[in-house]
Design a protein around this ligand. Structure first.
Ligand code: SAM
Ligand code: SF4
Length: 466
């Protein structure tokens, strides 16, 4: 067993005490808080707790309206697209909610070869993707950790015509600082890891075997990643395992710890809700199910609490839920996902090899068309990462004024790339209409930046960004 520190920054007593103090929020206090939230400087744990207990429909609408305004001010209409790429479903752990767990005999096991990873990557490139989230179970093939490094290199080196993957984020087991350095050298974007539950007794009850049983090794993984120079980290909780209020308060503690220790909080927060999984009883009947109403409230509250942190919604959720959360603060979505290794090549994906059941089965083009019809601007931008604007540097750029002149023009040029290279004639025409509407709403300085970029892309140049 590797020795490491205890994650004392997660303080259950503090969480329970604060939650107990705010169970009956005063409407006047809530409104005062919403005014403060509009300044976009975030919320304290007390304030998050207060909002989490709001039940009045009127006040809830006010929370949603504030979240919507903040989302619009910071992100405008942009919505970043990515796709997961599962490379292996072999696992040495026994997480009761996951189909990949070691003793699940009903799962078809598969670890992709480098050729198979390249084949999957080519399919994702042809769909128009530029960002991949590489995901793996925790039993490595004989080549060990090198397998992960090779897989990242394979994804980056795969090309189809003008298309390529420009950012590989990973969702992998917690690593040692040394291995995090190797991941950094392999040029990963974000290191994403979900604590699953921050509640220690629940954590112990659902993780029955393997290194994942060690709560502290997992909760301190971001410290090691940051020490190794990976300053974009993505946090999350598997909602359904324990009380959602407790979990968002614990996420606030995790964020506070990272900010205090490294001067920067997480790059993204994910909101996975537990879905049915082959060979898992608990996944079909989560002990603490989160209703759609609470799910929306929680997303809106986190938008107010950490206005500049990216928020991710996966295809675990249905199209309907995903649409609703976009308004409330989600800034990145996956589309056309498969959660079984080799699932893109195999067409529909194999439910017996998949990690969990998907809620949204639409293709990338269908999701793009849907969000365009709702007025969102799909973005395939990866500029910040490639210009070294990560961690604190990213957060400095991520101020409303700056974002307008960087992210928005980049979103337009990468969306134009998508339309020119991958869209059907109808989607192209709808998308180009949206681009002209976006241009009309821009100020002079923005158009002066965006137009030349768009023209370059239309003339055939690729990878144009500021
Ligand atoms: N094996 C690594 C780990 O556990 O961190 C990384 C990959 S794991 C496949 C990615 C995430 O899937 C887990 O962190 C967990 O939150 C999520 N997951 C597992 N079972 C799920 C289920 N039944 N429904 C929704 N998400 C699930
Ligand atoms: Fe393995 Fe991760 Fe699934 Fe747990 S959640 S069984 S560690 S793949």
């Amino acid at each position: 067993m590797i020795t490491h520190e205890r994650a004392d920054f997660i303080n259950e007593v503090e969480i329970e005490t604060i939650l107990a103090q705010h169970k009956r929020p005063e409407p006047a206090k809530v409104r005062e808080l919403l005014v403060k939230a509009r300044e976009m400087r975030g919320l304290s744990m007390d304030e998050v707790a207060t909002l989490s207990f709001v039940e009045s429909p009127e006040l809830l609408q006010e929370i949603f309206a504030t979240a919507k305004q903040i989302k619009e001010d910071i992100y405008g209409s942009r919505l970043v697209f990515f796709a997961p790429l599962y490379i292996s479903n072999r696992c040495s752990n026994e997480c009761t909610y996951c189909a990949f767990r070691a003793t699940n005999a009903s799962l078809k096991r598969r670890t992709l070869t480098q050729n198979e990873i390249a084949a999957e990557t080519r399919i994702l490139i042809r769909q128009g993707h530029k960002r991949i989230l590489m995901v793996s179970g925790e039993a490595l093939p004989p080549e060990g950790f090198q397998y992960l490094l090779d897989s990242i290199a394979t994804i980056y080196s795969t090309r189809v015509g003008p298309g390529e993957i420009r950012r590989v984020n990973v969702n992998l087991a917690p690593q040692t600082t040394e291995r995090f350095r190797l991941l950094k050298q392999a040029e990963i974007g974000t290191f994403q890891l979900f604590q699953e539950t921050y509640h220690r007794p629940t954590y112990a009850a659902v993780h029955l075997k393997g290194t994942k049983r060690d709560y502290d090794w997992r909760a301190t993984a971001f410290d090691r990643a940051m020490e190794a120079g990976i300053d974009d980290v993505g946090i999350g909780v598997l909602f359904g395992l324990y009380d959602w209020r407790f979990e968002i308060m614990a996420m606030m503690q995790q964020i506070r710890h990272l900010e205090e220790t490294f001067g920067v909080g997480p790059h993204t927060i994910s909101f996975p809700r537990m879905e049915p999984a082959v060979g898992s009883d608990i996944a079909s009947q989560p002990p603490h199910p989160v209703s759609d109403a609470d799910f929306m409230k929680m997303i809106a509250i986190m938008r107010l609490a950490v206005p500049y942190t990216g928020m991710i919604m996966s295809t675990r959720e249905t199209a309907e839920v995903r649409r609703a959360t976009l308004e409330l603060g989600i800034s990145q979505i996956s589309a056309g996902s498969r959660t079984d290794p080799g699932g893109y090549k195999d067409g529909e994906g194999d439910p017996n090899g998949s990690q969990f059941q998907l809620g949204d089965h639409r293709s990338v083009e269908e999701v793009v068309s849907d969000v365009v019809s709702l007025g969102f601007l799909p973005s395939f931008c990866t500029a910040c990462y490639r210009l070294g604007r990560t961690g604190k540097d990213f957060m400095d750029v991520a101020k409303p004024g700056e974002i307008k002149y960087h992210c928005h023009p980049n979103a337009l040029s990468t969306f134009q790339e998508y339309l020119s290279d991958y869209a059907s004639p109808q989607a192209k025409s709808d998308g180009e209409k949206l681009i002209s509407i976006e241009l009309q709403h821009m100020d002079g300085q923005q158009t002066a930046r965006a137009l030349p970029m768009l023209n370059k892309v239309r003339r055939g140049e690729r990878d144009v960004f500021v």
